[in-house]
Design a protein around this ligand. Structure first.
Ligand code: GDP
Ligand code: ZN
Length: 344
């Protein structure tokens, strides 16, 4: 290995303080350079899928000195209440596979939620309904999902019978990166093992009656498939908490964004309310209330829309508060430095 040679590598796994990196098909390990990542204008902590600049160090872990700009990423807020940084969970992916199984886990509201996250990230979403062997025919389910996910490809698959797996393969292009988004037990590891052609992930046997399973912890990982595509499957992706999803390029971070088109049916109703500032609660002439009464709008879908709006607002407010706090800290730091130097 060359001493102090700067190159770009990709993060394939994150351990506590150590990162596994891939560089020209080689596996390296690295640690963050403290002055860069914990300084005043700290670099964002790298996550799986990130491209980072590294300095190779002879005989030891390399030093990670920069997180390169991300094309897409998922973040969640730091679970530590005192924490004030967003945590990225996966970065630089092209396609999000939203996975849900055709058993008790099936839930249109959850698909809407995942779809919102996926589209906000700027990546292409593909919906995968797993375990199709457990039901008679997936067509009815596919239709239902297509109704709430207009314009998104929906596939039903079964690892047991091989149904739909060719369709999945068509989405996997050499050099592109995909992420799996779905609750524990929906079959992410099983699909990954199938695509890899070998068992790289432990499949947790679960009882289909109540979808309960053993919880196994896995490390965040990124896998290179034989076809040349990459799959990110991280435990972080399994926890759907309060998420912010961003797309650097487009800066889309609102579920109101018309380009996302997920709740276009609901948003079209807003224009039909009698009052332009209608809050859709108990105002007369509210088109939303009317649509629910006439069974044109599913109350569950309306509930889901409102919940996502509240979360988006909460995240936005919290991010704003974090930004202000860090600006204030910077001002204080500059002020005390100046004072130390007797500039004032
Ligand atoms: P993960 O938690 O999303 O990674 O899910 P796993 O891949 O570990 O699978 C959870 C359970 O679902 C295991 O018992 C698998 O054997 C089962 N499973 C996965 N795919 C299929 C499928 O296509 N059909 C059926 N019937 N079971 C499946
Ligand atoms: Zn209204």
């Amino acid at each position: 290995m060359v001493d102090l040679n700067q190159t770009t590598a990709r993060i394939v796994a994150v351990y506590r303080e150590r990162y596994e990196l891939s560089y020209k098909q080689k596996t390296l390990y690295g640690k963050l350079k403290t002055s860069v990542y914990y300084g005043r204008e700290a670099e964002p902590f790298p996550t799986v899928g990130d491209f980072v600049d590294i300095l190779e160090v002879e005989g030891g872990d390399c030093q990670i000195i920069k997180t390169l700009p991300r094309s897409t990423y998922f973040t969640r807020l730091d679970p530590d209440p005192g924490g004030h940084r967003e945590q990225a969970i996966a970065a630089n992916f092209d396609t999000v596979f939203i996975m849900q199984s055709l058993n008790q886990n099936f839930n249109l509201r959850r698909i809407e939620r995942y779809l919102t996250f996926a589209k906000q990230s700027g990546a292409t979403a593909v919906i995968v309904l797993t375990k199709a062997d457990l039901i008679d025919s997936p067509d009815k389910w596919i239709d239902e999902v297509e109704c709430i996910a207009v314009g998104t490809r929906v596939h039903a698959i079964s690892i047991k019978t091989g149904l739909g797996l060719d369709e999945i393969n068509k989405h996997l292009k050499p050099g592109e990166t995909c992420v799996f988004l779905g609750s524990s037990g929906v079959g992410k590891s099983s699909l990954l093992n199938y695509l890899m052609g070998e068992d790289v992930m432990l499949v947790k046997e679960i009882r289909e009656e109540d979808a309960k399973g053993r919880h196994t912890t896995t490390h965040r990982q990124m896998f290179k498939l034989p076809c040349g595509a990459y799959i990110i499957d991280t435990p972080g992706m399994r926890q759907l908490g309060m998420w912010a999803c961003s797309n650097d390029a487009a800066g889309n971070d609102s579920i109101d964004d018309p380009a996302l088109n997920i709740f276009a049916d609901i948003e079209a109703l807003f224009d039909m309310c009698r009052f332009s500032d209608c809050e859709h609660q108990s105002e007369p002439g509210c088109a939303v209330k009317k649509a629910i009464e006439n069974s044109e709008l599913d109350p569950g879908r309306w509930e889901s829309y409102q919940k996502l709006k509240r979360e988006a607002l909460y995240t936005q407010n919290r991010n704003e508060a974090i930004r202000k706090k860090s600006e204030r800290n910077q001002h204080i730091a500059v002020w005390s430095r100046k004072r130390r130097k007797n500039v004032w």
